[in-house]
Design a protein around this ligand. Structure first.
Ligand SMILES: Cc1ncc(COP(=O)(O)O)c(C=O)c1O
Length: 336
């Protein structure tokens, strides 16, 4: 089977992103390297994923240029999906929650994507409800579903194409440095599980996520959040770390990473808004003690700033260690 030129061209442009040393301060002679996935042509690690998904389904004869393709996303994946669909001659359709930053919606619209907005209050938990009503498969749309694969009988499993595509991130890093700590965000679990498989056994994987959601945290330490903070995870209004974890959907990649004990710890990261919401509800200020992503000034998007805040915290307890985070996207994809 000969791969067509449009795919080969994208394969030359996507991946092999720069690994850059963080130039801010870290305690105890620790070092932080940032894998600049934001420099992929369509702005994130999801460029790797959609190129791999389109290539796989096209090579299998399941889709062909001109077909309508469908995806759900909180923004970043939607931009890569739309851009690569357009480049390869597909017609993209996307469900996205209302209230996502205009900056990313504008980018997605520039690829002529047909957008369906799901209710803002449901955030990503609105997707299963939308899918049950909209039934893309009955409308001739092929659903790529980057965050999970379908079991032959019933239910969901890992999406091995997504995981393999993101595994290349670790393979590229390993050629350049020895990694003591890999610190990915908890989103749908893909950027945890994909690269983790390819790092050495000695590399410790510690994730981070909003103190509002605490999905991985609550799976790792059942009941601890409620005990510490007096509320259940997910009780406070929606957090602003777009693309990262949110209570209400069980993603197979997160469950796999927890069950196989790949994630050693999960750090909760707060911001002023979550602090204030917590204070309004409980009268307490416990979240103020946590690392804060909005205290980090950077060219990067919020989840990457949260990764830097996480490493600053972790590095207080280690000496001469090498940390790696992913730069998921840049600040220009957010309204403020
Ligand atoms: C900005 C941003 N950061 C982090 C993540 C987490 O990535 P993943 O869910 O692929 O592990 C995402 C996911 O979409 C994202 O959009």
């Amino acid at each position: 089977m000969v791969t067509r030129k449009a795919i080969l061209d994208l394969e030359k442009q996507i991946g092999n992103t720069k690994l850059e040393q963080y130039n801010g301060k870290l305690a105890n002679n620790n070092k932080l390297f940032i894998k600049r996935e934001c420099d992929n042509p369509f702005g994130s690690h999801y460029d790797r994923v959609y190129l791999a998904l389109f290539k796989y389904y096209e090579t299998k004869g399941i889709i062909k240029p001109g077909d309508k393709v469908f995806e759900t996303s909180s923004g970043t994946a939607g931009a890569s999906f739309s851009a690569i669909a357009k480049k390869l001659g597909y017609k993209p359709y996307l469900a996205i929650p209302k209230g996502v930053d205009n900056a990313i919606i504008k980018t997605i619209k520039s690829y002529n994507t047909k957008i369906y907005f799901t209710p803002e209050k449901d955030y990503i938990t609105g997707f299963p409800i939308f899918l049950r009503k909209f039934k893309p498969w009955e409308k001739g749309l092929f659903f790529l579903n980057h965050s999970m694969g379908r079991k032959a009988d019933k239910g969901y499993k890992d999406n091995d194409i997504t995981l393999k595509a993101l595994g290349k991130i670790a393979k590229e890093i390993k050629k350049q440095i020895k990694v003591d700590y890999f610190i990915p965000a908890t989103g749908n679990g893909s950027s945890i599980l994909g690269p983790s498989k390819y790092f050495d056994k000695k590399t410790k994987v510690i994730t981070f996520e909003s103190s509002q959601s605490a999905v991985a945290y609550n799976l790792l330490y059942p009941g601890k959040y409620k005990k510490l903070f007096g509320i259940e995870p997910g009780t406070l209004p929606k957090h602003k770390l777009r693309g990262t974890s949110y209570q209400g959907i069980n993603f197979p990649h997160i469950e796999h990473a927890i069950n196989k004990k790949i994630i050693k710890d999960s750090l909760l990261i707060s911001d002023k808004e979550v602090d204030d919401n917590y204070n309004k509800l409980t009268g307490k200020n416990l979240f103020k003690e946590l690392p804060h992503w909005d205290s980090i000034k950077s060219e990067f998007g919020r989840s990457t700033r949260a990764g830097i805040a996480a490493v600053k915290e972790l590095s207080k307890e280690t000496k001469n260690k090498t940390y790696v985070i992913i730069a998921y996207d840049k600040a220009n994809r957010y309204d403020y």
